[in-house]
Design a protein around this ligand. Structure first.
Ligand SMILES: Nc1ncnc2c1ncn2[C@@H]1O[C@H](COP(=O)(O)OP(=O)(O)OP(=O)(O)O)[C@@H](O)[C@H]1O
Ligand SMILES: [Mg+2]
Length: 262
């Protein structure tokens, strides 16, 4: 199989509940509609990206935990699940992943476990999208070590805006110490309701701040209950209800990501 020039993207924000998982699920699905092949890697023990793609986390299902712990020496191919949607594959999470940090505390090369494990499949996809937990844990560091880009969902709320600086500093530190090629390639405004004053204030600050303004996507993800509904039933919103704001916004985001070169 010809090797592709894969864009390996971490979706990260240390702040919780800002739309990381929803962005991974729906951006992945929207990219497949634009004829891209996508592997989603769920590196959050909460396993919401796994569920959101219609896969039930299960003890019998090989997961990313087995991969990074080298459990049973699973080949990466054995952990890849094909989803119901063409071109969209998943390496599921497992709740045991929450113990990986402690289990790997003395392990050599512990930051590079995921990178080493994914190497054999890396060139097979156009995109690898990785979901991360809401903390700077070893799991996130493993994702940053493999990724070439970071996409940052940012809720249009003052607290979320404040937390951005922390994430930028983290990525700077990872670049210096672990992965010189890592860069933040975009900030995605999420859960946007422009009828509210705070949302407008935060959007203005994002678009004027020297550190952020060139990174902010023109596409903002609006607050849309269909998105939450579709996650509940384990279907990306672009397949669940094509006419919804959620589907329109994530399709636009995929187009914008494709138009921005890596
Ligand atoms: N644009 C949106 N409109 C409406 N609801 C949304 C939207 N984006 C996310 N949500 C809902 O908000 C909640 C948080 O979203 P999500 O789980 O994607 O955040 P997260 O950053 O991954 O959270 P965590 O840090 O816990 O992993 C979920 O219930 C999700 O369904
Ligand atoms: Mg999440």
């Amino acid at each position: 199989m010809a090797q592709k020039k894969t864009r390996a993207i971490a979706v990260a924000n240390e702040k919780g509940g800002v739309g990381k998982t929803v962005t991974v699920i729906n951006l992945a699905a929207a990219l497949t509609l634009a004829n891209q092949s996508v592997l989603v890697v769920d590196m959050d023990p909460q396993a919401n990206a796994t569920r959101g793609l219609g896969v039930v986390p299960d003890d019998d299902l090989p997961s990313v935990y087995d991969l990074i712990m080298n459990n049973g020496r699973k080949a990466v191919e054995e952990t890849v699940v094909t989803s119901r949607w063409e071109g969209l594959d998943l390496i599921p999470s497992h709740v045991d992943l929450s113990g990986a940090e402690v289990e790997l505390v003395d392990a050599e090369g512990r930051e590079n476990r995921l990178k080493d494990a994914l190497a054999p499949v890396a060139g097979r996809y156009d995109f690898i999208l990785m979901d991360t937990p809401p903390s700077l844990s070893l799991l996130t560091v493993n994702v940053f070590s493999f990724a070439s880009e970071v996409l940052v969902p940012c809720q249009t709320h003052p607290y979320a805006f404040g937390a951005l600086a922390e994430l930028f500093d983290t990525v700077d530190a990872v670049r210096e110490e672990i992965n010189p090629g890592l860069f933040i390639s975009g900030i995605i405004p999420t859960l946007v309701d422009l009828r509210t004053r705070v949302a407008n204030v935060v959007m203005d600050r994002l678009k004027t701040d020297e550190r952020y303004r060139d990174l902010v996507f023109d596409t903002a993800i609006r607050n849309n209950t269909t998105i939450a509904e579709s996650a509940e039933v384990g279907r990306p919103v672009v397949f669940y209800r094509r006419s919804s704001h959620g589907a329109i916004d994530y399709n636009d985001l995929a187009d914008e990501l494709l138009s921005r070169s890596a």
